[in-house]
Every structure is written in C-alpha cells, then in structure tokens.
Design a protein around this ligand. Structure first.
Ligand code: 5GP
Length: 215
C-alpha cells in the first residue's frame, strides 16, 4: 500500500491529522473533545507493547502486543510509523489508516513527536498539530533560566519535555491548551480549515464552477 498515492482532492480521500504534545499536555482530553465536535473524523488505534491500564480495552484503546510480535510487525512493514516512547513501543498500522482514507474519512493520530516526524516525511497529506500546556511553557522557561534541576524525577520529566518541545517548530500548528474548550475549538477549526484548503478548489473545478451562478 502506498499512502503517498492517496488523493486528498475531490475524490474525498482522507487527510491525516497528527496530534502530539509533551507528556501531560492534556492532549487526550483535547482529542476527546475534538472527536465529539467532528463526528466524521476517525481515530487510528495504535499497537503497543505496554501493559493495558485499568479500564483500557483491547482494540478500543490499543492493540496490545508483546515485543517479539511488535518487532515482527516492524520487519513486515506493518507500520506507517513507529517509535519507542518511555521504554515501550508504539506504532500506527498502515492498514487502519489506509482503510479509513480509502473510505474518505480523515484520520486523527495521537502519536509522539518521533512518529509525527515520520508521518511528516512520508505523507504529503499529513497535518501536524502540537498541543502546548501553559505548564510546559513555564517548565521550559525554568529549564532555560536554571540550567539544571536537582530532583531526579522532575529532571527526567523536564528532559523529556524539553526534547519533545524541540520539535514544535516542525509542526504546522501549535495550540496552547490553557482552556480546554478553547483548545478543542481551535483544533476543530484547524481541521475544518485544512479540509477547505485541501478540497475546495478541486471540488469547484470538478463541478464545473459555481452552478448556482450559471442559472
Ligand atoms: P500512553 O502510554 O500514555 O498511552 O502513550 C504514551 C505516548 O505514546 C503518548 O505520547 C502517545 O501519543 C504516544 N503514542 C501512542 N500511540 C502511538 C503510536 O502509534 N505511535 C507513536 N509514535 N506514538 C504513540
């Protein structure tokens, strides 16, 4: 399957929206809100080697696989993108994204920055949105001012956040999540605007112009 051949014009083939953030950026809540606003959006269910958390369901939250199986899937070229995140492996299957796209649905990927970069490189239809929590901005500012953080755990988190934040300029959009309602509205607006940007011209051309003006 070659996702680069997907046409996002009038044919209605889907766009791929990547949403990333640093850990604790409130991404999951924003995504949940966006999925309620834009009912025709579809979410890809990733594969992961991490253990299910209480309440998580196989096939709904993730496809849970062991490391050997994941490695085999990597070797078979099963993934559109994959990455090691906080010691576990995560990947987006080509087939799930492709089947949504072929049905004409836009797909939303909740993936980390490493995965975001892979999608950006491989998919011309990828639109990357970074969710920034106000706390992260403050974290970054503190890191820059102080240089080092004494508390080991906090240091690790800050380090990861700094590493992840460094990718923000690679994203097409950054959305400050200082208010969940605003963040959901902003991300939904970006998705709507990108749909217009990618489809409107080809749609008008293919329909032979504005028919209402012809009569
Ligand atoms: P969690 O274990 O908390 O569900 O997810 C940890 C991180 O892995 C989150 O940043 C999430 O976005 C990311 N993640 C989830 N699925 C995928 C995936 O398929 N690919 C990549 N690259 N990251 C993923």
């Amino acid at each position: 399957m070659d996702l680069t051949s997907i046409d996002n014009g009038l044919t209605g083939k889907g766009l791929i929206f990547v949403i990333s953030s640093v850990s604790g950026g409130g991404k999951t809540t924003v995504i949940r809100g966006v999925m309620e606003v834009l009912r025709d959006l579809r979410m890809s269910v990733s594969h992961t080697t991490r253990e299910p958390r209480p309440g998580e369901m196989e096939g709904r939250d993730y496809h849970f696989v062991d490391k050997n199986r994941f490695k085999m899937m990597v070797d078979e070229g099963f993934f559109l993108e994959w990455a090691q995140v906080y010691g576990q492996f995560y990947g987006t299957s080509k087939s799930s994204v492709d089947s949504f796209a072929r049905e004409g649905f836009d797909v939303l990927l909740d993936i980390d920055v490493q995965g975001g970069m892979q999608v950006k490189e491989r998919e011309k239809n990828g639109i990357l949105i970074f969710i920034v929590a106000p706390g992260e901005e403050e974290q970054e500012r503190r890191l820059k001012v102080r240089g080092t953080e004494n508390d080991h755990d906090l240091g690790l988190r800050l380090e990861a956040a700094t590493r992840e934040l460094a990718f923000i300029n690679e994203y097409h959009y950054s959305v400050l999540n200082d208010d969940i309602k605003n963040a959901v509205e902003t991300v939904s607006s970006i998705i709507r605007a990108e749909r217009c940007r990618n489809r409107s011209k080809t749609a008008i051309q293919a329909s032979g112009g504005n028919k209402r003006n012809e009569t």
